[in-house]
Design a binder for this molecule. Structure first.
Ligand SMILES: Nc1nc2c(c(=O)[nH]1)N[C@H]1C(S)=C(S)[C@@H](COP(=O)(O)OP(=O)(O)OC[C@H]3O[C@@H](n4cnc5c(N)ncnc54)[C@H](O)[C@@H]3O)O[C@H]1N2
Ligand code: MOO
Ligand SMILES: [Mg+2]
Length: 636
């Protein structure tokens, strides 16, 4: 059925009520608004095109063709529709807006059924909504439509007459109205406030996971687990203003908009002579009279005329009439009051830094979500900005579970081990810039575990536990987590780090630990083995925590290297092996595995400087094969 229907995602608007931003590209639940619409829309049609008039590269990055309006200057949905109908390669076209991420999964199917049944030209969605008196009122949603390609002439003539209304062009067309019962599914997002509210519309973990094809908690591919986690967690809302230096490592809460142009004036990039470049001869030396000197930071009224130049210092404002600087060491001759320029020793426009070439006033110098680095501090300082708004720090509570664990300072009895996971977690969380709450060791005891989780919920945004999530783990763990919230126990297609629990729990009022705060926290139940803890932290918890911090999460920066020796690898799961990357004198990179890869061997983690990432489809690696590694530098 769908092969007769192509889809059009309308993203050509001006986003006026969002402050002129590109609405479809607004961040939403780990992706963009348009990305979420696309996820729901794509399965319903043969193929989708996006109608957009700007940011086309960003839209194209969503993986579908982008079509700009052929009708110039209007940027309303009908212009996008007109262009799409002209280019449609199917007899039917379905449209949805880019700002309604909750659209029904059966939208196109229902519109199509009605179109056929009523032999209509166009089918549009309608819902029933209560008016002020409580009476039901029909609300039509003309952007959610399915139409015949043959309606194009009608649309063309409506537009030619100056018509612009989305619900005004149907004229004599036969329209089928299709009633949908879930009015919320057509909710569109127009303002930043609405966007925030919609972000807060909480999907359950079950709903989020179900949106992923083939989801099976007993066999979750790494990529899918990462995606589900990213879709489910949400950024904290709170922000604070901090002095510029204190912003290092923090997440920008808003764009840093430049109040000035940098540099503020055209200025010289060299110590030398400034003049109008057009007067230079390309055949003979040109001698110019030097009428004075212009210094950096000292305003000057000098204005060389034709045949004249000024001596100028690096950073000094270019005098009116000058567009070129000759570095003094390149002059063919210099006297007290003249400079001689050899032919072709400088071109017009050389050595001039243009006003605003670093940054234009009114432009975003840095985008919200950026983790501030030293260069950013300098850039913000160059704008004269003393304070910046950053997201509040993320609070992460963590504890280790297991009767066999002892803390440093306690004697090691028979069969016990010192708790190392809290120390690696302390290090990784501190490096990430989180506020940490170390809750110590929790015994293998239901009441103790429940108390610890409830306590952690009181203050933390996220809770990280280690141990007790394997197949043999006591069932009470699952029972408690199920009671406190929604937690999935996954077996992930990876090694190490196969078992993991993930979800959201809250301090519930029906437990003895009630404080009535209603606080909730995301829970990462990592496996107990020390290497598994670190690997699952880096590949699952870290990107999720970054997202919760409000940071834009970059893709892992994998680099390629040749395997120094053979590596055994079973296809069908991702293996993360500890590696030592070396750069040979010729610049080539080789990586060797640290030896035994048991997930309890923490020493191999300290020996390694990278993790070799062997993807699901990969089999055994031969010596000399290219593999990808993730460097610890920058990660830890
Ligand atoms: N029958 C099966 N057994 C196991 C499976 C399985 O699929 N089927 N998976 C194995 C894998 S893989 C892992 S990883 C572990 C995960 O088990 P738990 O998360 O329940 O962790 P524990 O049993 O509590 O601990 C595992 C191991 O790690 C040591 N440990 C735990 N916490 C710490 C700590 N804080 N500091 C240092 N060492 C710690 C603990 O003593 C155990 O040796 O299950 C496998 N079994
Ligand atoms: O998580 Mo386990 O071996 O995969 O350590
Ligand atoms: Mg255990």
């Amino acid at each position: 059925m769908t092969d007769t229907i192509s889809g059009l995602l309308l993203a050509g608007g001006r986003g006026t009520r969002m402050g002129g931003v590109d609405k479809g590209l607004q961040p939403f639940r780990g992706g963009t608004l348009a990305g979420h619409v696309l996820q729901r829309f794509t399965p319903q049609v043969a193929h989708v095109t996006i109608s957009a008039n700007r940011s086309t590269a960003h839209y194209a990055a969503l993986g579908v063709p982008v079509l700009a309006d052929e009708l110039a200057g209007y940027e309303g949905p009908l212009a996008g529709l007109q262009t799409a109908l002209r280019h449609a390669d199917t007899p039917l076209l379905a449209t949805v807006p880019c700002d309604s991420p909750f659209l029904p999964d059966d939208l196109v199917a229902k519109l199509h059924a009605a179109l056929l049944a009523q032999d209509a030209d166009i089918a549009i969605a309608v819902t029933l909504e209560a008016d002020a008196t409580g009476a039901a009122r029909k609300q039509s949603h003309p952007v959610f439509a399915l139409m015949k390609r043959a309606v194009l002439p009608q649309l063309e003539s409506y537009l030619a007459e100056g018509g612009r209304r989305m619900d005004g062009w149907h004229g004599a067309l036969k329209v089928a109205e299709v009633l949908f019962t879930d009015a919320g599914a057509f909710r569109n997002i127009n303002t930043p406030d609405e966007l925030r509210d919609a972000e807060g519309t909480r999907a359950t973990l079950r709903q989020v996971a179900a949106a992923h094809a083939g989801y099976d908690p007993h066999a979750v591919p790494v990529r899918q687990a990462r995606q589900i986690i990213s879709d489910f967690v949400q950024p904290v809302r709170g922000t604070e203003k901090v002095a510029l230096r204190a912003a290092l490592g923090r997440v920008l809460a808003g764009d840093i908009v430049s109040p000035i142009s940098v540099p503020a004036h055209d200025n010289s990039a060299m110590d030398g002579f400034a003049f109008g470049g057009a007067q230079l001869s390309t055949e003979h030396p040109t001698t110019l009279r030097v009428i004075g000197t212009v210094y950096a930071g000292r305003p000057s009224a000098l204005q060389p005329a034709a045949g004249e130049a000024v001596r100028i210092m690096t950073g000094a404002v270019m005098p009116a009439g000058c567009d070129t600087v000759l570095a003094q060491e390149h002059a063919a001759g210099i006297t007290e009051d003249s400079v001689t320029v050899a032919p072709r020793s400088v071109r017009a426009g050389d050595n001039r830094r243009l006003a605003g070439e670093d940054l234009m006033a009114g432009r975003a110098a840095l985008a919200a979500g950026r983790i501030v680095r030293p260069a950013d501090l300098g850039l913000i300082a160059s704008l004269g900005i003393a304070e910046v708004a950053v997201r509040r720090r993320l609070r992460v509570a963590f504890f280790s579970t297991g009767d066999e664990l002892r803390s440093i300072g306690e004697p090691l009895g028979q069969g016990s081990v010192y708790d190392s996971n809290r120390y690696t977690l302390f290090g990784m969380l501190t490096r990430l810039g989180c506020e940490i709450v170390d809750m110590g060791i929790v015994r293998d005891d239901p009441a103790a575990l429940e108390a610890a989780l409830c306590d952690a919920c009181e203050s933390a945004d996220a809770i990280i536990t280690s141990g007790g999530v394997s197949a043999g783990a006591a069932d009470y763990t699952r029972d408690i987590m199920a009671r406190l919230g929604e937690v999935a126990f996954w077996t992930i297609g990876m090694r190490p780090g196969r078992p993991m629990a993930f979800g959201r729990i809250g301090a519930r009022s029906d437990t003895q630990h009630d404080t009535g705060s209603g606080r909730e926290a995301f829970l990462f139940g990592l496996p107990g083995n020390p290497v598994a803890v670190m690997v699952s932290f880096y590949f699952f918890a870290r990107p999720a925590l970054l997202r919760m911090m409000g940071a834009s999460v970059p893709d892992d920066l994998l680099v390629q290297a040749r395997a120094a020796g053979a590596i055994r690898k079973r296809p069908g799961r991702t293996e993360f092996q500890r590696g030592i990357l070396e750069v040979a004198p010729d610049g080539s990179r080789t990586v060797r595995i640290t030896g035994a890869q048991g997930s309890g061997i923490l020493r191999s983690m300290t020996k390694a400087n990278c993790i070799v990432v062997l993807p699901d489809e990969q089999g055994n690696v031969a010596a000399g094969d290219t593999v990808e590694v993730l460097l610890f530098e920058g990660l830890v």
